[in-house]
Write a protein that binds this ligand. Structure first.
Ligand SMILES: [Zn+2]
Length: 262
């Protein structure tokens, strides 16, 4: 018996619907699409695993400015203490210092960057102070302290963009010399990027601080990142931290600043 082929015979003059070169073009196209998907997948994995541009620990002051290359130690011409500032802030401050000196105003830095631990020490010493001992309710005691002192993890001093200048007492700024210094700063500091975050006239937040000046080109970025990244779960590790949420310190303290600083 004659064996019949299972392959259908092509009629004479048959031309393939997909010439060979078209088949190879299609394969090439599919390969390209696969490659594009592969690269996109790698990128998305990379982006998912990428660290945020500003670490939470920086915003919370949980780092060491002495080991951070974006900081520098302030020269003793400008301060009698061990002060660290962001390099950009220091550059701007030196220009402001020189301009003030020309006008007969001698500025000096009393405090610059403060870490979480620095703030813990300060907050802790006030927490146990006799003057607040009668406040047994933690929220009530925190509220009293918050008139002047920031909870650790919520201070602008954590960011390297802040400094306290000349004198830490409002009484000084009522003297002729204090008025001269303050008026000079109000008029000139904005020209160098500095603003007073805790100014008069705010309805919430810390008391007025005529000595505290903030380098806003950086501080505005840090404040925006703080609001984006930090929640009450991140504010912990000190006496009274339980009250942070109840007193809404992020809205009522961190964000309660001069509009020029937001
Ligand atoms: Zn300050």
């Amino acid at each position: 018996m004659k064996k019949t082929s299972t392959v259908a015979k092509r009629p004479p003059g048959y031309v393939s619907a997909q010439p060979k070169f078209l088949v190879s073009v299609a394969a090439d196209h599919r390969l390209r699409i696969c490659l594009v998907y592969f690269v996109a997948m790698l990128l998305s994995i990379g982006l998912t695993n990428a660290q945020p541009t500003m670490p939470k620990n920086f915003l919370l002051g949980r780092y060491d400015p002495a080991r951070d290359t974006s900081f520098c130690k302030v020269d003793h011409i400008y301060t009698e203490r061990a002060v660290y500032l962001k390099k950009k802030v220091y550059t701007a401050y030196k220009r402001m210092y020189a301009a003030a000196l020309k006008d007969g105003i001698k500025l000096n830095i009393i405090s610059g960057t403060r870490t979480f631990n620095d703030q813990c020490y300060k907050w802790g010493s006030k927490w146990t102070a006799d003057q607040f001992a009668h406040l047994t309710d933690k929220a009530a005691r925190s509220e009293q302290l918050l008139r002047w002192w920031s909870m650790p993890g919520t201070s602008r001093h954590h960011w390297g963009s802040e400094m306290d200048l000349v004198n830490l007492k409002l009484a000084f700024f009522k003297t002729a010399e204090g008025k001269r210094v303050y008026n000079w700063l109000v008029t000139n500091a904005p020209n160098f990027g500095f603003q007073q975050p805790f100014n008069a006239g705010r309805t919430t937040g810390y008391q007025e601080e005529k000595w505290h000046w903030s380098y806003v080109p950086l501080a505005k970025i840090y404040l925006a990142e703080y609001v984006k990244q930090i929640s009450y779960r991140d504010i912990n590790g000190f006496s009274g931290c339980e009250a942070a949420q109840k007193l809404d310190v992020i809205n009522n303290r961190v964000l309660a600043v001069n509009g020029a600083c937001r």
